[in-house]
Design a protein around this ligand. Structure first.
Ligand code: GTP
Ligand code: MG
Length: 505
C-alpha cells in the first residue's frame, strides 16, 4: 500500500529490548483505591491468584509467579491488559453477590535478573514486603481503627515500630497471634507450572486417554527464596535453574535497583498507542462485520472515553480499527513519567472497560474470550511532529479503509481472496474510488464517517449539542465533557479552530 509523507514519524518509535539471558520478571500492581473494602479479603487474593494462573496458561513463556495483596510479579502491558480482562471475567466466580463497581487497572514493570540468585533476592525482597510492610502493618492498622482510633492517631502509634512491637501489639491488645493468621496473608502465593496427567478424552472402549500437561499449581511457602524450596521443585530447577545459595540480608543497593524505572523525556508530547493483540482472530471468532463493524468501533470509542475520564492528563485520543493513540499533555507528570506504569495503566483500564461494556454493544453476542491490548509510549519533541503523527494515523485509516472496502466488495462479488488482492495491486486512490462507484454503486464519500475518518476523543471547551458522535444535533453535552467526533485531523485548520484540545504553555 502507498506510503504517506507522514511516515517519517515512525523513526521516533525507539525499540527496547531485554538482553538475553536475563530472567525477566513482570511485576503487576493493582490500582485498588476504589476497591478499598477488598483489603486482605480471601476472595480478592483468590481472584488475583486465579488471574495469575490464567496468565501462566495463556503465555507458555511465563513459568513462575509470586504475589500478595494486589501485586503480582510477571511479564508488561500485555500482561497487565490480559490480567485486567481476566479480573473482570472472573469477578462473578469470587463475588457472586457483589457488583464490580468500576473498571480495574493495573500498572506493570519489568525487572531483569541476570541470574537465579538475583531472582531469589528479588523474591525474598517481595516476600519481606508482604510480611512486614503489608500484612503485619495492615493488621495492626485496621485493628486499631476498628478499636476506635482515628487514621492519623493510628499512623502515629505505628510510626517507626519494629516487627516485634507490632506482633506484641496484635497479641496483647487484640489477642491475635500473628503466626496463626492464614498463610495466604502472611506468605503470599506462588504459582508455577508442573507436569500433571490429564484425561483429554475417552477412546472407543471408554478408557481414558491421558496426556501430560503443564499446569499452574498454587503453593504457599515460608521462604520462597530458600534453596530448599527452590531445589525441591523440579519444575523450578528445570525452568529457571538450581539454587546454590540461601539469601541472607538483602543488599539495599540491589533492592533499589529493582525499583529502577525508565522515564519519558520531559516536556515532550507523549503518545501511548495501544493495539489489539491478534484482533484478526478476535474479530473472526466474534463475527465482526467486514471490513468495519460499527458496534465494535463504538465499543472501542467508549473505552477511550473512559480512559480520558480517568486520566485528566490525556488531552486527545485517536482510534481506528483495533488501535487507539492517547496524547498526554506536554507537561504531564502522570506516574512521574514512568513509561511502563503509564502504558500498562492505560492498556489495562481500556481492556477491563472493553470487557465490562461488551454487553452494552453486543447484547446478543457472548464474549468468547477476553481481548488484550499491547501498548507503547513514544515522545514527540514538537507540536508539528505530534500533528504529523496524528495525520499519519488518519491517513493510514483512510488507506486501509479504502483498500478493505474494495477488497471485501470484490470477495462478496465472487472473487477469491488472492484474485481480489491481485486485482487491487498497484491501484491508486482514484482507481479504487472508481471501482467502488462503477462496479458496486458505492460513493466512497457516502460511507459512514466513522469508517473514513476514525474517531477522535477530546474534552469540549463549552457546552454543545452532540448527536451520534457529531458535534451538532440534539443531546446537550457540558463544558469539559469527553466527546467522540469523526473530524479531519489531517487538516491543520481543525487544530487552529480548536486550540484548547492540545493546549500547552
Ligand atoms: P497483532 O496486532 O500483531 O497482534 O495482529 P492483529 O491480528 O491484531 O492485526 P492488526 O493489528 O495489524 O490489524 C487489526 C486486525 O483486526 C485487522 O486486520 C482485522 O482483521 C481486525 N479488525 C479490526 N477492526 C475490525 C472490524 O471492524 N471488523 C472486522 N471484521 N475485523 C476487524
Ligand atoms: Mg492488532
Amino acid at each position: 500500500m502507498a506510503n504517506s509523507k507522514y511516515e517519517y514519524v515512525k523513526s521516533f518509535e525507539l525499540e527496547d529490548q531485554v538482553m538475553f539471558p536475563n530472567l525477566i520478571v513482570v511485576r503487576i500492581d493493582g490500582h485498588f483505591l476504589k476497591f478499598m473494602s477488598l483489603r486482605s479479603d480471601e476472595a480478592a487474593l483468590g481472584l488475583m491468584n486465579s488471574c495469575s494462573a490464567a496468565v501462566l496458561e495463556e503465555y507458555p513463556d511465563f513459568i513462575f509467579a509470586y504475589g500478595f495483596s494486589d501485586e503480582y510479579s510477571k511479564i508488561l502491558s500485555l500482561v497487565a491488559s490480559f490480567f485486567a480482562a481476566t479480573y473482570v471475567t472472573k469477578w462473578k466466580e469470587f463475588y457472586p453477590q457483589r457488583k464490580l463497581e468500576c473498571a480495574p487497572s493495573f500498572t506493570s514493570k519489568v525487572v531483569t535478573c541476570a541470574s537465579t540468585e538475583v531472582l531469589q533476592v528479588y523474591l525474598a525482597w517481595r516476600q519481606q514486603d508482604c510480611h512486614a510492610k503489608k500484612n503485619q502493618y495492615e493488621n495492626c492498622f485496621w485493628m486499631l481503627v476498628k478499636s476506635g482510633k482515628t487514621i492519623s492517631e493510628t499512623q502515629e502509634i505505628l510510626k517507626d515500630t519494629q516487627k516485634q512491637q507490632k506482633n506484641e501489639l496484635l497479641f496483647q491488645k487484640f489477642g491475635i497471634n500473628y503466626k496463626t493468621l492464614p498463610v495466604l496473608f502472611r506468605q503470599g502465593s506462588c504459582l508455577f507450572k508442573t507436569k500433571v496427567e490429564e484425561t483429554i478424552k475417552h477412546d472407543e472402549n471408554g478408557n481414558p486417554v491421558k496426556r501430560l500437561r503443564r499446569k499452574a499449581v498454587l503453593v504457599h511457602s515460608e521462604n520462597i527464596a530458600a534453596r530448599t524450596f527452590w531445589n525441591e521443585n523440579p519444575s523450578l530447577c528445570n525452568d529457571i535453574g538450581h539454587s546454590t545459595n540461601d539469601i541472607g540480608k538483602i543488599e539495599p543497593d540491589l533492592a533499589r535497583s529493582f525499583e529502577f524505572e525508565n522515564k519519558l523525556l520531559p516536556l515532550t508530547w507523549v503518545v501511548v498507542r495501544i493495539d489489539g493483540c491478534h484482533f484478526h482472530r478476535f474479530s473472526d471468532v466474534h463475527e465482526f462485520e467486514k471490513p468495519n463493524d460499527e458496534k465494535a468501533l463504538k465499543l472501542m470509542n467508549s473505552c477511550a472515553v473512559a480512559v480520558l475520564e480517568e486520566f485528566q492528563d490525556i488531552q486527545f485520543a485517536y482510534g481506528v480499527s483495533d488501535e487507539y493513540s492517547f496524547v498526554l499533555k506536554k507537561e504531564s507528570e502522570l506516574y512521574k513519567r514512568q513509561s511502563s506504569q503509564i502504558i500498562s495503566a492505560i492498556a489495562s483500564l481500556f481492556t477491563s472497560t472493553y470487557v465490562i461494556k461488551w454487553r452494552d454493544f453486543f447484547p446478543h453476542k457472548e464474549l468468547k474470550y477476553p481481548p488484550s491490548f499491547d501498548g507503547r509510549a513514544v515522545c514527540y519533541p514538537t507540536y508539528k511532529i505530534l500533528l504529523d503523527y496524528l495525520a499519519w494515523r488518519q491517513v493510514d485509516c483512510h488507506i486501509n479503509n479504502q483498500y478493505n472496502t474494495c477488497f471485501w466488495m470484490l470477495v462478496k462479488s465472487g472473487k477469491n481472496k488472492t484474485q481480489s488482492q491481485d486485482y487491487l495491486k498497484g491501484t491508486q486512490t482514484r482507481e479504487k474510488n472508481e471501482l467502488l462507484s462503477r462496479q458496486f454503486g458505492i460513493e466512497y464519500n457516502s460511507l459512514p464517517i466513522i469508517f473514513r475518518m476514525g474517531s477522535s476523543v477530546f474534552r469540549l471547551k463549552e457546552a454543545a449539542a452532540v448527536e451520534n458522535g457529531v458535534v451538532s444535533g440534539k443531546k446537550l453535552k457540558l463544558e469539559g465533557e469527553v466527546v467522540v467526533d469523526h473530524c479531519n485531523i489531517i487538516e491543520r485548520c481543525f487544530w487552529e479552530e480548536h486550540p484548547h484540545i492540545l493546549s500547552y504553555s
